[in-house]
Design a protein around this ligand. Structure first.
Ligand SMILES: CC(C)(COP(=O)(O)OP(=O)(O)OC[C@H]1O[C@@H](n2cnc3c(N)ncnc32)[C@H](O)[C@@H]1OP(=O)(O)O)[C@@H](O)C(=O)NCCC(=O)NCCS
Length: 155
């Protein structure tokens, strides 16, 4: 199986907004429609402007999930942040979430300006916590907007 991240375009955004998590997972992630809207503008915080890069997750050419990362080369702790990751309820548990994470991390490793990557998740999201910990993310013991923060040092 080939899993790839593809840009969100005029051709695929309607297929990507149809992808959904299970009802009991809806408080773990924003809808893909919201994320794609948000990505048009990026966001500002005390460390400056973050660009948001939304991606479709494709398995053997079929859309199965969605991811979005942010970049801010002025951030003092992590210049990359994984803002969204979801696999449609019909395709979960088949390795797509892990593969999408690995592909984002490869992109970041290839950019020598990015020294660390941040991610955050609801404290009760055990599946996410275990997945990210297995990829090397470590919790410094802080909350970010009420979510557990984890950081992976790349270099
Ligand atoms: C988190 C999420 C993206 C994982 O996607 P996925 O495609 O199912 O992930 P994978 O199939 O690659 O599985 C990753 C690991 O999680 C485990 N896992 C997946 N679903 C699970 C479940 N329901 N219960 C227990 N473990 C589960 C897998 O066994 C796998 O572990 P392993 O690699 O050690 O065997 C998906 O569960 C999801 O969309 N959840 C709702 C949204 C969400 O929580 N996003 C993260 C916000 S921070």
């Amino acid at each position: 199986m080939t899993v790839e991240l593809r840009p969100v375009t005029a051709k695929n955004w309607q297929a990507l907004i149809k992808l959904q998590v299970r009802e009991d997972q809806r408080n773990f992630v924003a809808s893909n429609l919201y994320s794609i809207a948000e990505s048009q503008f990026g966001f500002e915080d005390e460390d400056g402007h973050w660009d948001l890069i939304p991606c479709g997750v494709y398995a053997d050419g079929e859309p199965v999930g969605f991811a979005m990362y942010c970049l801010n080369m002025n951030h003092p702790r992590f210049r990359a942040f994984i803002a969204r990751l979801m696999t449609d309820e019909k395709f979960q548990g088949q390795g797509h979430g892990r593969a999408a994470m690995q592909q984002m991390l490869e992109l970041f490793r290839a950019d020598e300006r990015i020294q660390a990557v941040g991610i955050s998740y609801e404290p009760e999201n055990e599946v996410a916590r275990r997945l990210y910990a297995s990829l090397g993310f470590v919790e410094p013991g802080e909350l970010l907007d009420g979510e557990t923060l984890a950081i992976l040092n790349l270099r």
